[in-house]
Each structure stands twice: as structure tokens, then as C-alpha cells.
Ligand binder design. Structure first.
Ligand code: 13P
Length: 253
């Protein structure tokens, strides 16, 4: 039985005051019963990780970062290492997000390097994959997602897969208000699980959590989470409002 995992990706939003307030508000809005059913994490911008870590102290909400670099230290202006994230109590790191792939130009090879470094450092990657609208319309979804997974997870061992969450985020559904139907999500999630079975083994395929991301909101969360292979959500816009994000999380209880 896979425990649900719902994470909020704040992207490049909030400021010092609102980041702390959002974290505090969320911690207050969720009671102990929630955490029996759902693992919860928030991924604020780097510069507010410390503030949010302070705000979350004593709560069961985990902290994640939105990116990391694969080198230990050195002349890499503007980058952040895994050790730095560990210093700030990060448990998770989002890698392969579509905005990093398509806006910031990250390749599968770079994402794979980051996956290796994160896992070797004790960070748990939320590894995101997903197709563009044109790729879905030309029936390339399976092929695109398969390539992203095979290349992103190249060399990752079965043992390491225990710390990996996969997030299926169709790019056309991100920030557009256009959610994949639960059936569309389930279809791709099942294909991803079948691929993990082929690449690893049944234990890993049965255990790996696959989140859906793309315009998840309180009104569609229960239906999405009701699908067999949807094990959680990676939430952007709706994770910026306590009421909405708490509503999404409670849909999983
Ligand atoms: P939205 O929920 O705003 O569509 O964003 C999804 C996402 O990209 C989460 O990583």
C-alpha cells in the first residue's frame, strides 16, 4: 500500500513575510489525522528555505527545494549544492520540472547528474516528467515520458529508487487551469509503473509513488487521488493559498 504524498511547489512566488505565513498557516490547518494518510511537503524558493524551516519546526510538514546543482562546491556562480540544502533541513528536491526543462533549458543528461548527486547526498528527488501539448496531440506522450524516465533514471539503482518519487506533469496542464482528466492521468501513471517494472522489479514498481501535477485544485483532487496509480499530487498555484492546499491535502484523507 503506497502512502499518498502531496507536495506544494511554490515556484518563484511569495516574499519573506508571506512565505513564513503560508508555512505557519498550513501547519495550523492540518491536524495529526492528516499525516497518517498523507505525507506533506512544501518547496519554497531557495532564499526562504530557512524561514520556512523555522516556521515548520515541530510540524510534520517536510521541506523540499525546487532545484539543486550536482557539484559539491566551487566556481558555480548562482548554484546551490546538495550539502547546502541538507544544511537547511531539506528532505526533498524537485528535479526535471518542465519549467527547468523548457524555460531554463535543462537536458535529460543534466537532470540525471542531479538525480545521482541528490540521492548520493541523502536528498529524495521528486523527479518530474511530462509531454508538451503538441506531443500529446501527435500521440507521442508515452514515448516522451519513457525517454525522460529512462534517461533521467539511468544508472539509478533499485535501492536508490526507494527514495525517488516520480511526478507526471503534462506541460499543457501546468498553470493553465486545464487539468488532465483522472483517466488521462491514470493511463500515463500506469504506463510509468509498467516501465519501472521493466527497468527494476515488482517491489520497486509497486512501491514507487507517482504524483500527478497540473492545475490540481480542491475541486479535482479527490477524483485524481481516487485513481489506482495516482499516489499524490505536485501542486503549483493552489499550494500558495492555505485554504486551497489544505483542501487538496484533506481530499486524500
Ligand atoms: P500548477 O498546479 O500551477 O498547474 O503547477 C503544477 C506544477 O508545475 C507543480 O510542479
Amino acid at each position: 500500500m503506497r502512502k499518498l504524498f502531496i507536495a506544494g511547489n511554490w515556484k518563484m512566488n511569495t516574499d519573506a513575510k508571506s512565505a513564513s505565513a503560508l508555512a505557519l498557516g498550513l501547519a495550523k490547518a492540518l491536524d495529526a489525522s492528516v499525516y497518517k494518510a498523507v505525507d506533506v511537503a512544501v518547496c519554497p524558493p531557495f532564499v526562504y528555505l530557512q524561514d520556512v524551516a523555522n516556521a515548520l519546526a515541530g510540524s510534520k510538514i517536510s521541506l523540499g527545494a525546487q532545484n539543486v546543482y550536482f557539484e559539491d562546491n566551487g566556481a558555480f556562480t548562482g548554484e546551490t549544492s546538495c550539502a547546502m540544502l541538507k544544511d537547511l533541513c531539506c528532505e526533498y528536491v524537485i528535479l526535471g520540472h518542465s519549467e527547468r526543462r523548457h524555460v531554463l533549458g535543462e537536458t535529460d543528461a543534466l537532470i540525471n547528474k542531479k538525480m545521482h548527486k541528490a540521492l548520493a547526498s541523502g536528498l529524495k528527488p521528486i523527479f518530474a516528467v511530462g509531454e508538451l501539448l503538441a506531443q500529446r496531440e501527435s500521440n507521442e506522450t508515452d514515448k516522451v515520458v519513457k525517454t525522460q524516465i529512462e534517461k533521467g533514471l539511468a544508472g539509478i539503482t533499485a535501492e536508490q529508487m526507494k527514495d525517488v518519487t516520480i511526478a507526471y506533469e503534462p506541460v499543457w496542464a501546468i498553470g493553465t487551469g486545464k487539468t488532465a482528466t483522472p483517466e488521462q492521468a491514470q493511463e500515463v501513471h500506469a504506463a510509468i509503473r509498467a516501465l519501472i517494472l521493466k527497468m527494476y522489479n515488482k517491489n520497486i514498481a509497486d512501491a514507487v509513488r507517482i504524483q500527478y501535477g497540473g492545475s490540481a485544485k480542491p475541486s479535482n483532487a479527490a477524483e485524481l487521488l481516487g485513481k489506482q496509480d495516482v499516489d499524490g499530487l505536485l501542486v503549483g498555484g493552489a499550494s500558495l493559498k492555505v485554504e486551497d492546499f489544505a483542501g487538496i491535502i484533506k481530499a486524500g484523507v
